[in-house]
Design a protein around this ligand. Structure first.
Ligand code: FAD
Length: 351
């Protein structure tokens, strides 16, 4: 099957790209491996709430409907993304898993678990959720308790009355610890002291800072570092409440796991379970056949496309692909720039 553009991934980044592709009148298809619309939001733990109000969590074109009070839960985002996809009649095919992408004489061939697609341009919007990162520690296989990644965490019930280690210094760790500590005895392990944002800094402030950074970078000014200098952890209500209960204290990271706990080489702490809140990596395995230009830390981008591949565009992976591009409100800016790139390159081809 042929399309000018194949978008891989039908989460918020894929939909935002679809919005601008439709507006530009391009022929495209979105391939998504989930059974239902909503991207990774449908897999988050049910108690997760946004760190911004609905009006600060909008994709291009149509605002997210207001939430009754406070910040919306993940389920509200899923409903919004489903309605958004319908409203703009975005051509999403699912479930379709992209297995590999190969170069052809005039573009790319996208092989899936069903059909193959040919396209001159790929917008790769696969997010990170399907690639949880597990660090490697001695004794991981010997530990007799439960180990799970934040990607598999749903509710705290199965931890009731247990001793649970939470690993990681980011928002997932703080939020999951806040919840599990209501039913279990928790210990928080981080590589460095957690950096809490001030209570009055939420997604609105973070987006404004990221927008200033995007403007400065576009104007060729020095990189301020954006939100990185402010802190990492947004003090959403459950995290504030955990702090007030006195459970939000981190210990330095252990060095190994034992059969029934963890050790720093001097003392051992017994644990029944460990939740690894250790982040995610971009889900790009299907791009391996392209042998993309990479430095030691991964694929190198020029603006929003892969270096040396002007027709392979990556929106939505966070600062790597554009300030705030991993957020609902920020991904629109990245998606619009991506589609502008495609439209401009067509003009050059036609001239
Ligand atoms: P995804 O939503 O992951 O969508 C990618 C889609 O591509 C998925 O459907 C996936 O299944 C599919 N896919 C992957 N590989 C393939 C393949 N090979 N073939 C076909 N399909 C494929 N953002 C905010 O704006 N506000 C918040 O408050 C907020 N809170 C967050 C809290 C947590 C704990 C986390 C983890 C994230 C939070 N985010 C928040 C960030 C936001 O949820 C993500 O950055 C966002 O969902 C990424 O969107 P995406 O479209 O890039 O990826």
């Amino acid at each position: 099957m042929n399309s000018e553009v194949v978008v891989i991934g039908g989460g918020q980044a894929g939909l935002a790209a679809g919005y601008y592709l439709r507006r530009a009148g391009l022929d495209f298809v979105i391939l998504d491996d989930q059974t239902h619309a909503g991207g990774s939001w449908q897999d988050y733990w049910p108690s997760l709430h946004l760190f911004s109000p609905a009006e600060y969590s909008r994709l291009p074109g149509w605002p997210m409907p207001r939430w009754t009070s406070g910040f919306p839960p993940a389920s509200h985002v899923v409903d919004y993304l489903r309605a958004y996809e319908k409203k703009y009649e975005l051509p999403v095919r699912r479930p379709v898993e992209v297995k590999s992408v190969h170069r052809t004489t005039d573009g790319y061939r996208v092989d899936t678990d069903g059909d193959s697609f040919c396209a001159t341009t790929i917008v790769n919007a696969t997010g990170t959720w399907s690639r949880p990162f597990w660090p490697s520690y001695p004794g991981m296989r010997e530990f007799g308790g439960t180990q799970l990644h934040a990607a598999d965490y749903r509710v705290p019930d199965s931890f009731a009355g247990k001793r649970v280690g939470i690993v990681g210094g980011g928002n997932s760790a703080a939020q999951i610890l806040a919840e599990i500590s209501t039913v279990a005895d928790t210990t928080w392990f981080t590589n460095r002291e957690p950096r809490f944002l001030p209570d009055d800094v939420d997604g609105r402030v973070l987006f404004d800072v990221a927008s200033d950074r995007a403007r400065a970078l576009a104007a060729g000014e020095a990189d301020s570092g954006g939100v990185a200098g402010l802190g990492d952890i947004v003090m959403v209500p459950p995290v504030r409440e955990a702090r007030d209960r006195g459970v939000l204290h981190a210990r330095p990271m252990f060095t190994a796991l034992t059969s029934d706990g963890v050790t720093d080489g001097h003392t051992t702490e017994r644990l029944d379970a460990i939740v690894w809140c250790t982040g995610f990596r971009p889900a790009l395995r299907h791009l391996r056949p392209l042998h993309l230009h990479a430095d030691g830390s991964g694929i190198v981008l020029d603006g929003n496309h892969v270096r040396g591949e002007p027709s392979l565009i990556l929106p939505g992976y966070g600062d790597w692909t554009g300030p705030a591009s991993a957020t609902l409100i920020g991904v629109g800016r990245t998606a619009r720039a991506a589609v502008d790139t495609i439209v401009n390159s067509r003009k050059v081809d036609q001239s």
